[in-house]
Ligand binder design. Structure first.
Ligand code: TRP
Ligand code: ZN
Length: 885
């Protein structure tokens, strides 16, 4: 907890470090009621900054200093300065060693940052600034050092002792204790340090790299989870191969370890050679993890592994550059997931997520650029903007340069900056230099926040056979900047003729080969592109594959959208046309609900979705995406003022209409797919994900009919499924149904069966928290008293509290403000124990500008109550103060 007012930190104030740390020798003595940390730092004056010897200011928080020595000189209290965040000493020569000893208390660390205990094991989380809670250090990513780590602990309680790099020695330490030493040959910043001590089992395998080196792979888990590691191991091997094939990147140590821990603030962490994972991002097997969970494990294993190059070998100069590693690594893991599964479906899911959640962030009080210019608490900037929009920005570079040009750029980047801490500018420079292009204007994507709008209009000249598209771009004001300069917006497009074929795309003045899909770059505020030899007025297919993270508008009518759904050669845009059609139809229903008139749905949506559903040629995963109506959260995001009740009523009405009109086809497809599931062993592969996804969305529609044969089918699937995907979907359908007795019976039997599996219980909490049936808050409050629930575990908080505020919009936004009060109370409570989690649970309260004036007042009152609630962590302080500014 802070003692002074948190301060804003600025990118423009960046200064290189005054001192460097060539070697870091750490010793940890782990005990049940305290831990002793001894650090020997081999240091020198940064030669680039001259010969003078300014004071050495080390970062350190919540450390009990036991001793300090400079060289062989022990320092007394008069020889150094100590405050809540620093230890300052005066070096007397350009090269020296600094020895410190501190006492820390991992056993009472509830913030899960620094060294802490989770389910009896010791583990660390140092990114971004957690290492300073372990020892006094220059805790900044541009100080890179060679680490040697020795740990000692009780032998029985902690048979496994791990740290970064390679094991070099180990032995007994008296009768009950033992020790191990690890050496990491690669220079790294402190945020990549890790240590683990615990009673763990491991699954071991190997990987032979492209140059023929054999690497040992180990996944460490608590003994009861040893049967849930296979999927992560296979995902790791696939990731290692893929990074060699697609990026030419080989693994560099003899051993790669993953450790699963139950209490973790995020998904996982890429510590060099010793990744630490939230157990939810490692453990997966058919009986206990859904298809979505399997895909998430595969993606996160890949993400952390890919960081070994994009993040570790080449790291960030400062935390403003976070997207240098995160945006690029998300881009890399998306490419991997696209290659392992269906590329179009992966793109659809990523874009739906970005449009719903990142666009909302970009329009809210915490909006910031991909490379922010200032922050109070860096933990608040592990955001959708830095990760997902950052990935889109890298993706646009890929689109502009092509796959080959991009690979030349990434090769140059890794070669030029190996072992360095660099900036987003360095990344772009490598792309420019390898391709001989100028990306100066493009770089505005890194510095300007907000989601650009791109309004498109058309003009056809029947006599001249020319077709013009005029693009007008603008970007709304964000807290950092009001006026924005034009972006470079790559627009992938095609033109469809009346036969549904793509026309050859030739711009005025061009000659030679013309393709039917191409990318044009919109670089000005207003710009017109004229296509020639266009024999008839075409229908444009714009922003194919979502080639830029913008809000594009073109005045399509509903028949044109249905035409695109049928004929567009771009799968992503076929889905997007479906979404746009559904949005138009839902917006009509919202207006009708607001006017108090009878709801009447445009039957063209029923017809269009009926055609999709009835087409056995289509990928069932695509059919599922098309049948999924835009979420309430997305409808909220695209509303000027979101009418929570009207959105919910309109969407539920449309779902019921679809269920009624398409009942027979839904029923037939459900039964056919369920029959295959019954006779097929569970396989975690795309084709099987797709079949189950269609089966389960069909079931959720069918249940809206309330028919007894559907209830029976849901119960059959719930009782007899051999995998969690089918079981949990059936449970969700029952939980959201009006059949109270059956719902309660299913919930009880599920809880009884899985009470000893915390990750499955998270699903059980989440399904109930997200149920839109009336009385949501009371249900959530009752569940908080369930023995399996604890506020100390971030996964539990996300499952119950996060699902309620994030997915159960109708209950969270109850007009009496009870949902808001509930979240504010929790934020105040979590602020004292886990500021990172508190700050994240606060996000739903910050979007107050989206709602009617009554809800605005209620939301602001809760934000003010949090602000006045006492001493706030820098995490919560920053979000609350920016939201009320
Ligand atoms: N670098 C991690 C990633 O792969 C992010 C992360 C893990 C993190 N744990 C954290 C960030 C704790 C802040 C705090 O994306
Ligand atoms: Zn990452």
């Amino acid at each position: 907890m802070r003692t002074e007012q948190p301060k804003m930190i600025y990118l423009k104030h960046y200064k290189a470090p005054e001192y460097l740390i060539d070697e870091t020798h750490l010793t940890f003595e782990l005990h049940d009621d305290h831990t002793l940390v001894h650090a020997q730092l081999v240091m020198r004056r940064n030669p680039e900054l001259g010969a003078a010897l300014p004071p050495l200011v080390l970062d350190g928080q919540q450390l009990e200093l036991l001793s300090v020595a400079l060289g062989d000189q022990d320092l007394g209290p008069g020889d150094y300065q100590l405050d809540d965040n620093h230890l300052t000493v005066q070096p007397v020569s350009a090269s020296f060693t600094l020895d410190t000893s501190v006492r820390i208390h991992p056993e009472t660390n509830t913030a899960l940052e620094g060294l802490y205990k989770s389910s009896g094991m010791f583990c660390t989380q140092c990114e971004a600034e957690g290492f300073r809670k372990i020892t006094y250090y220059l805790d900044r990513p541009d100080v890179m050092s060679r680490f040697t780590t020795t740990l000692s602990a009780d032998k029985l309680g902690y048979p496994i002792l791990l740290s970064n790099g390679n094991p070099v020695a180990s032995g007994p330490d008296g009768d009950d204790r033992h020790w191990a030493t690890w050496e990491d040959p690669f220079m790294k910043p402190a945020y990549l340090f890790a240590l683990v001590a615990g009673d763990l089992w491991c699954v071991e395998d190997t990987f032979t790299t492209m140059s023929g080196r054999e690497v040992t792979l180990r996944i460490y888990v608590e003994p009861e989870n040893i049967d849930k590691c296979q999927h992560a191991m296979i995902s790791l091997q696939k990731s290692m191969r893929w990074d060699e094939e697609v990026y030419g990147r080989e693994y560099d140590l003899d051993i790669f370890m993953i450790v699963a821990v139950n209490d973790f603030n995020m998904g996982a962490m890429e510590n060099k050679g010793l990744n630490i994972f939230n157990s939810s991002a490692v453990l997966a097997r058919a009986e206990t993890a859904t298809d979505a969970a399997h895909q998430r494990v595969e993606a996160i294993v890949a993400h952390e592994y890919f960081h070994n190059w994009s993040g570790n070998r080449v790291t960030c100069r400062d935390w403003f550059q976070l997207s240098l590693k995160e945006g690029f690594t998300v881009f890399r893991d998306s490419g991997f997931s696209a290659d392992m599964n269906s590329a179009t479906v992966k793109r659809i899911q990523d874009v739906a997520f970005l449009r719903t959640h990142q666009f909302a962030e970009d329009a809210g009080p915490m909006a910031h650029a991909v490379r922010p210019e200032s922050f109070i608490e860096i933990s608040n900037f592990y955001t959708l903007t830095v990760y997902e929009k950052g990935s889109e920005v890298v993706g646009m570079i890929h689109t502009l340069l092509g796959a080959e040009g991009f690979r030349k750029g990434s090769d140059l980047y890794f070669e030029r900056h190996d072992g360095q801490a660099v900036t987003c500018d360095d990344f772009v420079k490598a792309m420019e230099d390898a391709n001989g292009v100028d990306l100066t204007q493009f770089k505005r994507w890194y510095s300007q926040a907000g989601t650009p709008r791109l309004a498109v209009s058309e003009a056809y000249d029947a006599a001249a056979h020319t077709y013009s598209l005029t693009f007008r771009q603008s970007c709304p004001a964000t807290p950092d900047k009001v006026e924005k300069l034009p972006f470079v917006i790559p627009v992938s497009l095609g033109l469809l003729d009346s036969q549904g074929h793509g026309l050859a795309l030739r711009l005025q003045g061009e000659s030679g080969e013309a393709s039917t899909s191409r990318v044009i770059s919109v670089t000005e505020a207003e710009q017109t592109f004229t296509f020639v030899d266009v024999p008839e007025k075409p229908l444009p297919s714009l922003l194919r594959g979502f080639s830029a993270p913008v809000k594009l508008s073109f005045p399509y009518d509903r028949d044109q959208l249905m035409y695109l759904m049928q004929h567009d050669s771009d799968g992503f845009n076929r889905w997007d046309a479906t979404q746009q059609l559904a949005v138009q139809v839902l917006q009509d229903l919202i207006t009708q609900h607001q006017a108090g008139t009878e709801l009447v749905m445009d039957q063209r949506l029923v017809k269009a979705l009926g055609t999709v559903l009835g087409n056995p040629e289509l990928d069932p995963a695509m059919v599922t995406e098309m049948l999924s109506l835009p979420s309430e959260a997305y409808l909220t995001e695209i509303s000027e003022v979101a009418d929570v009740d009207a959105i919910h009523a309109a969407r539920e009405f449309a779902r019921k209409q679809l269920a009624t009109s398409l009942f027979d086809t839904l029923w037939q497809r459900y039964q056919a797919n369920r029959a295959v599931s019954k006779t097929t062993e569970y396989v975690a592969e795309a084709e099987h994900f797709a079949r189950r996804a269609l089966q389960n969305i069909a079931l959720s529609y069918l249940m809206l009919s309330g028919r007894p044969e559907v209830l029976a089918a849901a119960q059959e699937q719930f009782d007899h499924a051999d995998n969690m995907t089918e079981r949990l979907s059936a449970l969700a359908v029952l939980v959201n149904s009006p059949f109270e007795a059956e719902r309660n019976a299913a919930l009880a039997s599920f809880a009884e069966q899985f009470k000893d599996n915390p990750l499955v219980m998270d699903q059980w909490f989440s399904v109930q928290a997200a149920s839109p049936l009336p009385g949501g808050l009371a249900r959530v409050q009752a569940l908080m008293k369930h023995p399996a629930f604890t506020l100390k575990n971030p996964n539990k908080v996300r499952a119950l509290i996060g699902s309620f505020a994030g997915q159960n919009l109708i209950n969270f936004h109850a007009a009496d403000g009870s949902g808001y009060r509930f979240i504010a109370d929790l934020v105040i409570q979590l602020n004292a124990t886990n500021p990172q989690i508190a700050s994240r649970q606060l996000a739903p309260l910050t979007r107050w500008r989206k709602y009617d004036s009554a809800r605005q007042a209620l939301l602001k009152a809760e934000l003010e109550r949090i602000r006045g609630s006492g001493e706030l962590s820098s995490d919560v302080y920053e979000v609350v103060s920016k939201s009320l500014a």
